[in-house]
Write a protein that binds this ligand. Structure first.
Ligand code: MN3
Length: 206
């Protein structure tokens, strides 16, 4: 059976400071993310053929084809694995600022301006009740949308391709920010890797 692997973190644990502290990154990546990966592989063990030649994107996009007895587990752990793959990949110690090119144009077209987009995504992150994620996605009409998902549910299962993810589970910020989720969400704008997000956008609208 093919096993899913933990992607290498593209920077050191302390690289995202002061936006996200080193201990939070280490625990979040090495325990939470690795835990989802391990539990996903365990869940798939019963049906080794399911993951053969498939990416996690393939699996989440067609979640209803997963046998019912492991579907919820694959949805939770596979979603957790995939969402964190995306999250770490779109952050960078040299991030921040604004996107350029087609993504910036699409943002301005959909949301009015980059600042209005920033405000809407910030509100979506701050108002999500409980644990979950705010995403910028490309929907089936190839348009940008801001969406909120509870737990580890994935927009891929609704035919939407996420290109930016903000983890608002408490484990993503609590050690440094305690209950102040809004401060963490404000700080994350300083570490978005717009080059990577632009690439994901260009691929999704193709
Ligand atoms: Mn998390």
């Amino acid at each position: 059976m093919m096993k899913f692997e933990l992607p290498t973190l593209p920077y050191t644990y302390d690289a995202l400071e002061p936006s996200i502290d080193a201990i939070t990154v280490e625990i979040h990546y090495d325990r939470h993310h690795r835990g989802y990966k391990n539990k996903l592989n365990n869940a798939l063990e019963k049906y080794p053929q399911i993951s053969e030649g498939k990416t996690i994107e393939n699996i989440l996009s067609d979640i209803n084809s997963i046998p019912e007895d492991i579907r919820l587990s694959v949805k939770n752990t596979g979603g957790g694995y995939y969402n964190h793959n995306l999250y770490w990949s779109i952050l960078s110690p040299n991030g921040g600022g604004k996107p350029t090119g087609d993504l910036l144009k699409a943002i301005e077209q959909n949301f009015g301006s980059f600042n209005e987009f920033k405000e809407k995504l910030t509100i979506a992150s701050n108002t999500l009740f409980g644990s979950g994620w705010a995403f910028l996605v490309v929907n089936k009409s190839k348009e940008l949308e801001i969406v909120q998902y509870a737990n580890q549910n994935s927009p891929l299962s609704d035919g939407k391709t996420p290109i930016l993810a903000i983890d608002v589970w408490e484990h993503a910020y609590y050690l440094n920010y305690q209950n102040k989720r809004a401060d963490y969400v404000n700080a994350i704008w300083n570490i978005f890797n717009w080059k990577v997000i632009e690439k994901l956008y260009n691929k999704a609208v193709k």
